[in-house]
Design a protein around this ligand. Structure first.
Ligand SMILES: [Zn+2]
Length: 208
């Protein structure tokens, strides 16, 4: 079975939100230095690379990531290409095709290099979240670090997702993915209390 990896590699080179905790790996033991095993640990923001937010990231009293139902993150998925100016929100009119799956990933190309931060990425709009929800959507993903714009203070897309009890998937890499139908697998870790979790997001062939 051919799996398409849509997760950026997690190394110290990956860019994180300005001011957030970068990824660092500490090596405690190494075979090269004569230890019997290699052993390392990692410190990082939980919003590193491809990740899902939990409702407690943006709603007081919202669920933590360990409490989220896994059904959001596994199943039929549609990749949709959108073309709009950098720094703009995706509106329903930018979506040229019908929504055919409950999980929708938007390919914007507006955050092209996961190791090179840029502020002018695209995001969702609350109207788009409402539109996807009306079509039966339960998860929306995007190839940028956030479902809201970089300088947004209101977080309209995050709150629209919360209103509909939908899930997000941020930071995926879609430049090598043809628009169309797939099966998404992007399970978060059961990090108790956490406001997000990194995921290994992959696309498998659609189940027919
Ligand atoms: Zn996030």
């Amino acid at each position: 079975m051919a799996l398409i990896d849509i997760s950026p590699p997690l190394s110290e080179a990956i860019a994180v939100w300005p001011g957030d905790v970068p990824l660092a790996r500490q090596v405690a033991l190494s075979l090269e230095e004569g230890h019997t095993i290699a052993l390392s640990s990692v410190s990082t923001t939980v919003h590193v690379g491809a990740h899902v937010d939990a409702p407690n990231h943006y709603v007081v009293g919202g669920q933590d990531v360990a409490s989220r139902s896994l059904h959001y993150y596994y199943g039929p998925c549609q990749v949709i290409q959108v073309d709009l100016p950098r720094g703009a929100r995706i509106l329903p009119e930018h979506v040229q095709e019908p929504i055919l799956a409950p999980r929708v990933l938007f390919r914007t190309g507006s955050f092209p290099d996961p190791t090179q931060w840029n502020n002018d990425f695209n995001s969702l709009s609350s109207e788009l979240v409402d539109h996807v929800h009306a079509a039966g959507g339960i998860l929306i993903g995007i190839d940028t670090p956030s479902v809201d714009l970089f300088d947004d203070k209101v977080l309209e897309a995050h709150h629209a997702l919360a209103r509909h009890d939908m899930a997000n998937l941020e930071g995926v890499v879609l430049g090598h993915v043809e628009p169309g139908l797939y099966t998404l697998i992007a399970l978060p870790l059961a990090l108790v209390g956490a406001d997000a979790s990194p995921v290994r997001a992959v696309l498998a062939p659609p189940v027919v």
